[in-house]
Design a protein around this ligand. Structure first.
Ligand code: GLU
Length: 503
């Protein structure tokens, strides 16, 4: 038997990061077993359809490198299976169940169903479809049923759930699950508008598409007993089931928008790399036998197994994702600096800044170990592309009544350094510090403040060398001018004991 699995999202919004994990686990499982991975859009509930979400699902999967293996032919295009294009199939299958006597017509109006619910609520019983008192094939009899159908009365088709006994199935992650039939409702399979419900379309398609393993989120576990009954109602064999653990916020509540981003597109927009997201979500609920953290897609494929998927919810740890992305950023700097340059260029253009490819590449090399995501570069190292912004509070922590004289002297010293390389700068400034018995850190933080407007950043010698002598001298001049516009009465006295906090 060859493995066939599917990812079956409903287009009700942007693809959720948990949905991407479901897709990934299906994909890894299929690849590991040399099987096939199918994408099926479950869009039969038109009231929940959100325009644009199918495109978002397709784009997000493509971005992550999770491509389906097969496709129906849509006028020659390669695309997913789409349930709204298959409604005739579901109608025929609902008929099949009627013929087998495992489903039945019901004619209840929404108002009648509402009154039933209220009666049950008043009597303190759990709401369920009461087959014996409502208007359906059994209470009305065959003649009346036929008459109503011929008169065009709105009818739904419901599953005839056994009144006694239990449903038992095996979940590959959760073990044996038993649900008493009395807890399962006579599920509507076909609505009066002729559209199937999720349950009918899902089971029919899983059967027709010869799905061997249904791997999906834990939230579908309560529907599974119903699905097992549906397979039995058709006389079909059930696939194997594996329900994946929930994704949790750090406080162990269910992952939600209130705690941060949940849509894959948000992570794309923030500049996370697909290989980092794939690696990160692979480890959300699956634990490989080693404590290794970094895996390529191919390595995930060979290591993945459902046996090592946990039951317990998996905490979504953003700090770990950031760490992982930083690892992949380092790899990309080694392997594809030009690709990174191409990603940074539009971020600069958005701000009205420009620089040569070579310069952008050198800034990336200089700064990348201090950021997690590429877009952080333009905030963290804005001064590499534009004049720095000076902050008075920061200025007052660094500046004292000897700073101006020292900075003027440093400026003269820098002007004389040729070639203006990091190595030459380091040597000359070191010698100067020694000669004057000034801690090197003090010189570094003073230059950093004047040239970048910040208290932290990559090595100052490299930074100055990259900016070039003219820019460095200009910035020191502008900075000194700016300091003269500030009220001077609060400048602190020099204290040789007090070293700068940074540098
Ligand atoms: N259409 C369901 C969803 O939106 C699919 C559940 C399943 O995989 O069976 O997640």
């Amino acid at each position: 038997m060859s493995v066939r699995v599917r990812f079956a999202p409903s287009p009700t919004g942007f693809l959720h990061i948990g949905g991407l994990r479901t897709a990934l686990y299906n994909y890894l499982f299929a690849r590991h077993h040399g099987g096939r991975f199918i994408l099926r859009i479950e869009d039969t509930d038109r009231t929940r359809y959100v325009p644009g979400s199918v495109e978002d699902i397709l784009e997000s999967l493509r971005w992550a490198g999770i491509e389906p293996d097969e496709s129906p032919v849509h006028g020659g295009d390669f695309g997913p299976y789409v349930q709204s294009q298959r409604t005739e199939i579901y109608r025929q299958h609902a008929q099949l169940l009627l013929e087998r006597g495992t489903a039945y017509y019901a004619f209840d109006t929404p108002e009648e169903l509402e009154r039933m619910r209220q009666r049950q609520q008043a009597a303190g019983i759990a709401p369920h479809y009461d087959r014996s008192s409502m208007r359906n094939q059994f209470t009305l009899g065959p003649e009346e049923t036929k008459r109503l159908l011929e008169a065009g009365e709105a009818a739904t088709i419901r599953l005839k759930v056994p009144l006694h006994g239990e449903v038992k199935f095996h979940d590959l992650i959760r073990g044996t699950i038993v649900v008493p039939c009395k807890d399962i409702d006579d599920q509507v399979l076909l609505k009066s508008d002729g559209f199937p419900t999720y349950h009918l379309a899902n089971v029919v398609d899983d059967h027709l598409m010869q799905i061997t393993h249904v791997i999906r989120g834990e939230e579908w576990l309560p529907s599974t007993a119903k699905h097992v009954l549906l397979y039995e109602a058709f006389g079909w064999e059930t696939p194997q089931f594996a329900h994946l653990p929930l994704l949790l916020n750090p406080d162990r509540s269910k992952l939600s928008k209130r705690h941060g981003d949940v849509a894959v597109r948000d992570y794309i927009a923030k500049g996370y790399f697909p290989e980092a997201i794939v690696n990160f979500i692979a480890l959300l609920g699956w634990n490989p036998s080693s404590d290794r953290e970094l895996y390529t897609l191919d390595e995930l494929i060979s290591a993945f197994s459902l046996e090592r998927v946990n039951k317990a919810g998996a905490v979504f740890d953003l700090a770990k994702l950031d760490w992982m992305n930083a690892q992949y950023l380092k790899q990309r700097v080694q392997r594809d600096l030009q690709g990174l340059v191409a990603s940074v260029r539009p971020l600069l253009e958005e701000r009205g800044w420009s620089a040569s490819d070579e310069y952008i590449g050198r800034v990336i090399v200089l700064v990348h170990e201090r950021i997690h995501r590429l877009p952080e570069l333009v905030e963290f190292a804005d001064y590499m592309f534009t004049a720095p912004h000076y902050d008075e509070a920061l200025f007052r922590t660094t500046w004292d009544d000897t700073s101006e004289e020292l900075l003027v002297e440093l400026s003269t010293l820098l002007a004389a350094i040729e070639p203006f390389t990091a190595h030459a700068l380091q040597e000359r400034l070191n010698a100067f510090a020694k000669e004057r018995n000034i801690p090197f850190r003090r010189i570094g933080s003073l230059l950093r403040l004047a040239i970048t407007g910040k208290s932290v950043g990559p090595g100052m010698m490299d930074t100055m060398a990259l900016l070039g002598k003219d820019v460095v001298l200009d910035r020191i001049r502008n900075f000194l001018e700016w300091t003269r516009t500030l009220p001077h009465q609060h400048i602190k006295e020099h204290n040789p004991q007090q070293l700068p906090q940074h540098e």
